[in-house]
Design a protein around this ligand. Structure first.
Ligand code: CA
Length: 226
């Protein structure tokens, strides 16, 4: 598994390379420009992205990559305030770690983010329902792709999981805490806002808020185009 590490702080980069070097193939770059080049050249399986880069803001790098790829992105930043977390996830990152962070935590995040991808691409298991279509929205769990009225919708892995989860039973209300537990599997600080950010992103990508309806004080349900 190849990881693209975008980090201009040499001591942080050295620590990450040291921790990941044994189990992962790490490509390290220090600028946003080099990150975009390495992304195209090396086709990484996951990106660790610092936000404070010397030549540009990491958020721009994230947006650019996300506009053409669903590769898992974990933002690594010294900015820990809530607004950054929410903004980061809205621009398409899958997770967020705040400096200083432990290497064990980082590796756990990497494994959690990649677990789904490898699960979905494994060929040994039978796929009882690889594809479902709801109101013109095609969700293919084997290829992790979604299309609306024939046009591909670029979802992050987490957004994809969320829409698969909610569309398991269209119209049924799913409680917030159940969604967080079942889709995120972790209880890290800020997940409730994270959930809202993901819902907002999905609605925007599908072009209507009615696809995922809020049920005040309870949770959400899969609706439809109108
Ligand atoms: Ca930095």
């Amino acid at each position: 598994m190849r990881i693209l590490l975008v980090e201009d702080d040499p001591s942080v980069a050295a620590g990450v390379i040291d921790a990941l070097g044994g189990g992962f193939d790490v490509v390290h770059v220090q600028t946003g420009k080099a990150a975009l080049e390495a992304f195209t050249r090396d086709e990484p399986d996951l990106i660790l992205l610092d936000l404070g880069l010397p030549d540009c803001d990491g958020t721009d790098v994230c947006r650019q990559i996300r506009s053409s790829s669903a590769v898992p992105i974990i933002v690594v930043s010294a900015r820990g305030d809530e607004i950054d977390r929410v903004l980061t996830l809205e621009m398409g990152a899958d997770d967020y770690v705040v400096k200083p962070f432990g290497m064990r935590e980082l590796i756990a995040r990497i494994r959690a983010v990649t677990r789904r991808t490898s699960q979905n691409s494994s060929t040994g298991e039978s796929a009882p329902e690889a594809q479902r279509t709801l109101f013109g929205l095609v969700i293919d769990t084997r290829s992790q792709r979604a299309a609306l009225n024939g046009e591909e919708i670029h979802l992050t892995p987490k957004e994809f999981d969320l829409i698969v989860y909610l569309s398991n039973d269209p119209g049924a209300i799913y409680r917030r805490q159940d969604i967080l537990h079942d889709v995120w599997e972790t209880n890290w600080y800020g997940t409730s806002k994270t959930l809202d950010a993901h819902i907002a992103a999905i609605r925007k990508k599908l072009g209507s808020p009615t696809w995922i309806e809020s049920v005040r004080g309870v949770g959400f349900r899969f609706g439809g185009p109108e």
